[in-house]
Design a protein around this ligand. Structure first.
Ligand SMILES: Nc1nc2c(ncn2[C@@H]2O[C@H](COP(=O)(O)OP(=O)(O)OP(=O)(O)O)[C@@H](O)[C@H]2O)c(=O)[nH]1
Ligand SMILES: [Zn+2]
Length: 358
C-alpha cells in the first residue's frame, strides 16, 4: 500500500529537508504513547521508537518527537515493521505548555500546525479567563488561533456569550457550532486548507472528538485502512491523534487539559488592549498599582477595561516570569529587563567597548 503523504500534510519544505538524509525515509508522527510512537510512512502506519542517540541528546521533553512532527526513520533490525526515529526535521510551529513536574521544560502538545482551534463549550466550560490562557499559548506557537464555541444547542443566549467574549477575542475569528445539527462545520472547514494542519485544544469534554468525528464524516477510506492493519495482526491500541480530512487538510486531536499552566506565551497579542493602554501611562515602568497618570487604572474606572482582565494579565505575567522558566530563559528575562532586548544589549556592549578603545 502506498500512502500519499501529502494527505498527511507533506509540503515541499519538508520534502527538501528530508532529501538531505540519504538512507532514511520521511514519516509523520500521528500518535504518541509515552516512548512509543505511531508514524505514517509511504508504506502505511508503523510503530516507532527514538534512537538511543536521539534520546540521549534530547535533554528536554521538547527535543523528543511530538504528534505532528516530521521525522526521518529507518527500519529496526530486531522488531519487524518497527521503525527507529533518527532525526526530527525543523518545526515551523510548536504548541507547548508547562511541564507537569518541575516546570523546567515545556511539553509539546503538537508540532507543525498552521491553525489552532481553541474549543470552549457555550455551557459549563465557558470561561473568559481560561480563553486568555489558551490564546496566550496559541500566539506563542506561531500558528493562528481560531475560537470554536461548541454545544450551541445547550446555550440559551449565544449572542450574549459572544458579546462577553469580545473582551478577549480581539483579532481572532470565532465560530459557533453544535454537534446536534452540525451547524458551523462548513465554516470550520474553511479554516483547514489542503496540506494544512489544525490542532484542536480545549478542556476535557467540550466536544473536540465529537467535532473531529463530524468533520471526518466523509473520510470512510481512512477508517477502513486502520481496520485492515488490525486484521493483519499489526494490532495497535493507539488511537490516532493525527488524521487526514477528505478536503486535504489534517487535524490533530489533543487530550483534554484539566490545568493549563503557561510556560512561555505571548501576552502582547492576547492583551493588546492593556499593552497599548500601558503606553499611555505617565511612567514608562508603571505597574498600574497606584502610580499617578496610570492609563490602565483610568480605563478600569471608566469601564473600558475589566478588573478581572487586568488581574488575569498579572497572574499570567507572574506565572511566566517566575514559574516555568529554565535557566536560559531566566537569563534572557534578566537581560530584557536590564537592556530591553538581547540585540540592544549587544549594541550597548559594543558601545562600551568602543569607548574603552578610544
Ligand atoms: N448537546 C451537545 N452535546 C455535545 C456536543 N458536542 C459534544 N457533545 C457531548 O459532550 C460529551 C463530550 O464530548 P467529547 O467529544 O468526548 O469531548 P472531548 O473534548 O473530546 O473530551 P476529551 O476527549 O476528554 O478531551 C459527549 O457526551 C458528547 O456527546 C454538542 O454540540 N451538543
Ligand atoms: Zn499604569
Amino acid at each position: 500500500m502506498i500512502t500519499n503523504l501529502k494527505k498527511y500534510g507533506l509540503t515541499t519544505v519538508f520534502e527538501q529537508a528530508a532529501a538531505e538524509f540519504k538512507d532514511l525515509i520521511i514519516a509523520r508522527v500521528i500518535a504518541q504513547h509515552r516512548t512509543l510512537y505511531q508514524v505514517m510512512t509511504v508504506d502505511g502506519p508503523r510503530s516507532a521508537v527514538v534512537t538511543g542517540k536521539l534520546a540521549y541528546e534530547a535533554a528536554g521533553q521538547t527535543r523528543f518527537p511530538a504528534v505532528g512532527d516530521w521525522v526521518m526513520v529507518a527500519p529496526t533490525a530486531s522488531v519487524s515493521e518497527q521503525m527507529v526515529i533518527h532525526q526530527i526535521l525543523p518545526r515551523h510551529s510548536v504548541l507547548a505548555r508547562g511541564a507537569a513536574g518541575n516546570g523546567a521544560d515545556g511539553q509539546i502538545i503538537a508540532a507543525n500546525i498552521d491553525t489552532i482551534f481553541i474549543c470552549m463549550s457555550l455551557n459549563a466550560d465557558f470561561n473568559l479567563r481560561r480563553m486568555e490562557r489558551y490564546l496566550t499559548l496559541a500566539w506563542e506557537s506561531s500558528a493562528t488561533p481560531v475560537i470554536v464555541l461548541t454545544k450551541a444547542d445547550l446555550c440559551e443566549d449565544v449572542s450574549a456569550k459572544i458579546r462577553d467574549l469580545a473582551e478577549v477575542s480581539v483579532g481572532v475569528s470565532v465560530v459557533v457550532c453544535s454537534a446536534v445539527d452540525q451547524s458551523g462545520y462548513e465554516s470550520l472547514l474553511t479554516y483547514i486548507q489542503p496540506t494544512e494542519t489544525v490542532a484542536f485544544v480545549g478542556s476535557s469534554g467540550v466536544g473536540k472528538s465529537t467535532l473531529i468525528n463530524g468533520l471526518l464524516g466523509q473520510t470512510v477510506l481512512e477508517t477502513k485502512e486502520i481496520r485492515q492493519d488490525d486484521d493483519k495482526g499489526r494490532h495497535t491500541t493507539t488511537h490516532r491523534q493525527l488524521l487526514p480530512l477528505a478536503n486535504g487538510g489534517v487535524v490533530i486531536d489533543t487530550p483534554g487539559m484539566r490545568e493549563l499552566q503557561i510556560y512561555v506565551g505571548d501576552l502582547s497579542k492576547t492583551f493588546e488592549d492593556i499593552d497599548s493602554l500601558a503606553q499611555q501611562c505617565k511612567f514608562r515602568d508603571c505597574t498600574h498599582q497606584s502610580e499617578p497618570g496610570c492609563a490602565v487604572k483610568a480605563a478600569i474606572v471608566d469601564g473600558t477595561l475589566s478588573e478581572e482582565r487586568l488581574k488575569s494579565y498579572r497572574k499570567l505575567q507572574a506565572e511566566m516570569s517566575y514559574s516555568g522558566l529554565n535557566d536560559r530563559q531566566l537569563e534572557q528575562e534578566k537581560i530584557k529587563r536590564m537592556f530591553g532586548s538581547k540585540a540592544q544589549m549587544t549594541q550597548k556592549m559594543r558601545a562600551v567597548k568602543q569607548r574603552k578603545h578610544r
